[in-house]
Design a protein around this ligand. Structure first.
Ligand SMILES: Cc1cc2nc3c(=O)[nH]c(=O)nc-3n(C[C@H](O)[C@H](O)[C@H](O)COP(=O)(O)OP(=O)(O)OC[C@H]3O[C@@H](n4cnc5c(N)ncnc54)[C@H](O)[C@@H]3O)c2cc1C
Length: 463
């Protein structure tokens, strides 16, 4: 039996691939407490204003069928039930909730296909431990059930974000503080509340979209150290594959020089095509960099990369422009210093960038959108990970971006021990691959992980 722990996009696409690739009968059990297959954090939103940040023509579940999502969307039954504005074109941005339905349907279709010899059992339970053995291991769930398995796929997604100030500040226990915006009902506020959003990535934009959709009238103050929003998507001519001829650069300076030259030759307004042409090479570029160069990238170039690579749909950008014009949105690059709560709200002490003066801002609600924690040495509350880290089966990578792993995505433990009966997938592979959290990367990993999990499945192995 193959166990998949986690039923977000990574776990669900791995299950679908096992259903498609299995050539002898085998059983797959997928554990996820939420029992909404394929949704996870990203696609579990019920807010239809939360759009994919990639157009419909670029986010198929299958690397070898680029139009699969588009064709699925435009099936008459889906146009009738899911699409308010009729059929969708390749360049359209559709709701993430619809993408969650798509992933669930991909899994359903893989296992219901007459040629499929695998079976899938979805269990609405949390796995709290996995004890590896010579032939696989034993899964332990929070209900105390145990299950012996031959292979485990850890598809647990991201760690939750840390609080935006170090230490255990009393404000982080306040009702006015929202530590995890993806929990059901978390993106809410009283209509006239002024709110502080900490973080300027795509999640901060989602919070604003959700509040606007609910008729919010208050102000949004948004802050992060660098104060960079994600750039908007816009039509841009595709750029030639300038890294194809190789060799790949070994230093960040050399890479930055190449990219700058390409942008200059394409015309500054066509930078998107130049950045997108890096995508097929991102993982190889990352692997090619020595550790000090990776550290240099994280210190100096990461904010630039994040804002240009992870872009927002144009409709979201237009909404931010409108809010700015109405003076309901203020972006303050800077550093949070303190939170002082009283009965009317919380005064946020913030030191704006390049200023000696503190600003004291009164708001009624604070949303933490600083992004997921990647350091597995930090305290977090996930018994399965705590147990596997304590047992030395999992180990943080040297950059503290995720977990150490082999090229086959087997975890490398504390003493360099490889666990071939476990596969990692998705966000925890960031240290090894850098680019690993979006669907175009996850769908490739799911194909590979499924083949790996099936490698020992022999005829007669399991009925
Ligand atoms: C808000 C958001 C928007 C995004 N938008 C896009 C986009 O538009 N385009 C794109 O390409 N990418 C997008 N991404 C990136 C990417 O698609 C997601 O990160 C991806 O869905 C990751 O899926 P996952 O399955 O690895 O993790 P998750 O979606 O986090 O799923 C992990 C699952 O594991 C389960 N789980 C955790 N612990 C246990 C346990 N102990 N036992 C059992 N189950 C457990 C959880 O319940 C959860 O369902 C987005 C990401 C986020 C967070």
């Amino acid at each position: 039996m193959i166990a998949i722990i986690g039923g977000g996009a990574s776990g669900a696409l791995t299950a679908a691939q096992i259903g498609l690739q299995a050539t002898v009968p085998c059983r797959v059990v997928l554990f996820d407490p939420s029992d909404h297959l394929g949704q996870g954090l990203a696609y579990g939103t019920r807010n239809f204003a939360h759009l994919l940040n990639v157009p419909a023509g670029k986010i198929s579940a299958f690397p070898d069928q680029p139009n699969h999502f588009l064709e699925w969307l435009n099936r008459p039954a889906n146009v009738a039930t899911l699409l308010r504005d009729g059929p969708v074109a390749a360049g359209d941005f559709v709701s993430r909730a619809i993408y969650g339905c798509y992933i669930a349907s991909v899994v359903e279709e893989a296992f219901s296909h007459p040629a499929c010899v695998a079976s899938l059992d979805v269990r609405a339970s949390r796995v709290v431990d996995f004890i590896p053995t010579a032939t696989g291991g034993t899964i332990v769930t929070s209900d105390g059930d145990t299950e012996d398995i031959s292979h485990a796929v850890l598809a647990l997604g991201n760690l939750p974000p840390r609080d935006p100030l170090p230490g255990r500040h009393p404000f982080f226990r306040s009702q006015r503080y929202v530590p995890l915006v993806w929990k059901a009902g978390a993106m809410e506020a009283e209509p006239d509340d002024d709110v502080l959003i900490v973080g300027t990535g795509l999640t901060s934009v989602d919070v604003i979209l959700a509040l606007e959709a609910s008729g919010h009238r208050g102000k949004y103050i948004v802050t992060s150290r660098g104060g960079r929003w994600p750039q908007p998507h816009a039509p841009s001519p595709s750029h030639h594959d300038y890294l194809a001829a190789g060799p790949l650069p070994h230093s960040i300076n050399a890479l930055a020089r190449i990219v700058r030259n390409e942008i200059a030759s394409a015309g500054p307004e066509n930078w998107r095509g130049v950045i997108d042409a890096l995508r097929p090479h991102t993982q190889a570029l990352w692997k090619n960099l020595p550790l000090p160069e990776k550290r240099k990238f994280l210190r100096h170039l990461r904010p630039f990369w994040e804002s240009h690579r992870h872009r927002m749909p144009p409709t979201a950008w237009r909404m931010l422009e409108k809010l700015r014009a109405e003076e309901r949105l203020e972006l303050i690059p800077g550093r949070l210093v303190d939170f002082i709560e009283d009965e009317n709200g919380v005064v946020v002490h913030l030191k704006p960038k390049k200023s000696q003066e503190l600003r004291n801002l009164k708001v009624q609600r604070v949303f933490n959108c600083i992004g997921p924690e990647s350091n597995f040495r930090q305290h977090f509350n996930e018994p399965l990970l705590i147990n596997l880290l304590a047992r030395g089966v999992l180990h943080p990578d040297p950059l503290l971006l995720g977990l150490e792993s082999t090229e086959n995505f087997e975890p490398i433990g504390a003493k360099g021990r490889i666990s071939p009966q476990i596969s990692l997938i998705g966000p925890p592979l960031r240290g090894m691959l850098w680019e690993t959290t979006a669907i175009p990367e996850i769908r490739v990993q799911a194909t590979k992980v499924a083949a790996y999990a099936l490698r020992n499945v022999q005829p007669g192995w399991e009925i």
